[in-house]
Design a protein. Structure first.
Length: 479
């Protein structure tokens, strides 16, 4: 199973986790107290830039029957849709700008340019995912209900098609999210399946009609003779936006190092343990200012999960302080290039499509998920005895805390040496079996030879006996 005891897995004491939580609370307070004109200017300029790009893109598409106009308009519209989805729709709906008390830029009023209603997304995502991040059976975003992303989830034959399902999800990501949130909304509202005109269904249907009409009928119709080319441009822009949003989300949630948790971990979970679960259950990817902006600053997924309602433009400075805390408490800070993080998630998707009998590791010690039990039976070099295996404390020589990061590094070395020893033992066992087989082969050959010699002797004896009997018979006959 995945992590059931985050304290043991993190190699921290309860006091350490409590102090870590207090330090993260301090970061929250300092950002909240410093929010002001600079942040308000950032979000308003972002909204203005996004709307300008969209207007420019749609204006250029009036001439979309020309190849270059089509490419330019599609590119402008794609960028506008990405910014609206990632930096505006997602972050505004998280309540990151509610402190401004601007009715236009408020989580309760913002409607994003996506198929599903933002209100359904807020209720499903902000509650289910951000409260129970990566908790199997509680976090509905763990695989989005169609992908098996941890070995803790039992394998089913339907998982064999998840490589194909993953491609479909990537291309239609806005629809996948919309349907996912719609189903959660109906579950939260306890809506009977047969009630067609239920509030969740009506809200969902109205948003679909509005979105489809806008992108595939109204705007293409406004361009007159360029209707077909504009329709293709809109569809292409939606596809590009879907692929980018999918990649950003998967790089923040499913690469190696983004740990999974069991429901047992939630029992009596403290504020500090919740913070710690967000840190261990998320992953970042490296990005410059432009890519960070285009990802809605979700390249800082760890910081977003820690503080989902703080302004996204403050995540870079928050990340510096969070990384310092990771160094202080010897905790891993999972990050990597965008390509690397996605390839790790891509590998997990294809690997876990297979039945467990084809997988080597377990959910306690696999690249994509692990638990505190991966340290069971391992004596780390820094541990004086097995009794201290739950946490390493402070190194008396350097004064540095020796926690999960050191434990993972040392466990990797120990497990590698153990695997090498087991490999050598297996090689010796094979050699011994081979020698035993050779010896038994020689013994069998000698036994076979002895039996053959004995058989020849018996045959010769029988022949001699037959000759004697024949001779006696002839002699009696003569008499």
């Amino acid at each position: 199973m995945a992590i059931t005891d985050i304290q043991a897995f993190a190699h921290l004491t309860a006091a350490d986790i409590e102090t870590l939580g207090q330090e993260l609370d301090s970061i929250r307070r300092s950002v909240e107290q410093s929010r002001g004109a600079r942040d308000a200017k950032y979000i308003r300029r972002t909204i203005a830039a996004q709307r300008g790009l969209e207007v420019a893109g749609r204006a250029v598409l009036f001439g979309s029957r020309n190849r270059w106009a089509w490419l330019t308009g599609t590119a402008l519209l794609s960028v506008a849709k990405i910014i609206e989805n990632m930096e505006l729709g997602h972050n505004v709906s998280h309540g990151q700008w509610d402190w401004m008390n601007d009715p236009e830029i408020h989580s309760s009023s913002w409607e994003w340019d996506m198929t599903g209603p933002s209100s359904q997304w807020r209720r499903a995502h902000n509650y289910s995912h951000h409260t129970y991040t990566n908790v199997l059976g509680k976090d509905e975003d763990l695989g989005f209900g169609i992908l098996r992303m941890t070995r803790d989830e039992p394998w089913k034959p339907i998982h064999l098609v998840q490589p194909v399902a993953n491609l479909v999800l990537a291309a239609t990501f806005e629809w996948g999210i919309a349907l996912h949130d719609w189903s959660i909304e109906k579950e939260l509202a306890d809506t009977p399946r047969w009630e067609v005109m239920s509030p969740p269904n009506v809200e969902f249907g109205r948003k679909i009609a509005r979105q489809v009409t806008k992108d595939f009928l109204l705007y293409p119709a406004l361009t007159g003779p360029a209707f077909k080319s504009t329709l293709k441009a809109n569809a292409t822009a939606n596809l590009i936006r879907n692929l980018w949003a999918y990649a950003v989300i998967f790089c923040g949630h499913f690469p190696d190092g983004a740990e999974k948790f069991t429901i047992e971990q939630l029992e009596g979970e403290t504020s500090g343990e919740w913070y710690l679960r967000q840190m261990l259950g998320s992953a970042n990817f490296k990005a410059g200012p432009a890519m960070a902006f285009m990802s809605g600053n979700l390249c800082y997924q760890i910081e977003h999960h820690l503080f989902p309602d703080l302004p996204s433009n403050r995540y870079p400075e928050i990340a510096v302080r969070v990384r310092e805390l990771c160094d202080k408490y010897d905790l891993p800070y999972t990050t990597g290039s965008l390509g690397k993080q996605y390839l790790l998630a891509f590998r997990t998707i294809h690997k876990l499509a297979l039945p467990d009998r084809f997988l080597k590791a377990t959910s306690d010690n696999a690249p994509e998920t692990s638990s505190e039990r991966k340290f069971a039976g391992i004596t780390l070099p820094s541990l004086p005895s097995a009794e201290t295996a739950h946490w390493l404390g402070v190194d008396p020589e350097t004064g540095q805390r020796r926690g999960l990061r050191s434990a993972l590094r040392e466990a990797k070395v120990v497990l590698k040496e153990k695997a090498q020893q087991e490999k050598e033992m297996l090689r010796e066992a094979k050699r011994a079996l081979k020698e035993k087989a050779e010896h038994e082969k020689v013994v069998l050959r000698e036994a076979t030879q002895a039996l053959q010699d004995r058989a020849r002797q018996e045959q010769a004896s029988l022949r001699r006996k037959a000759v004697r009997e024949k001779a006696l018979w002839r002699l009696r006959r003569r008499r």
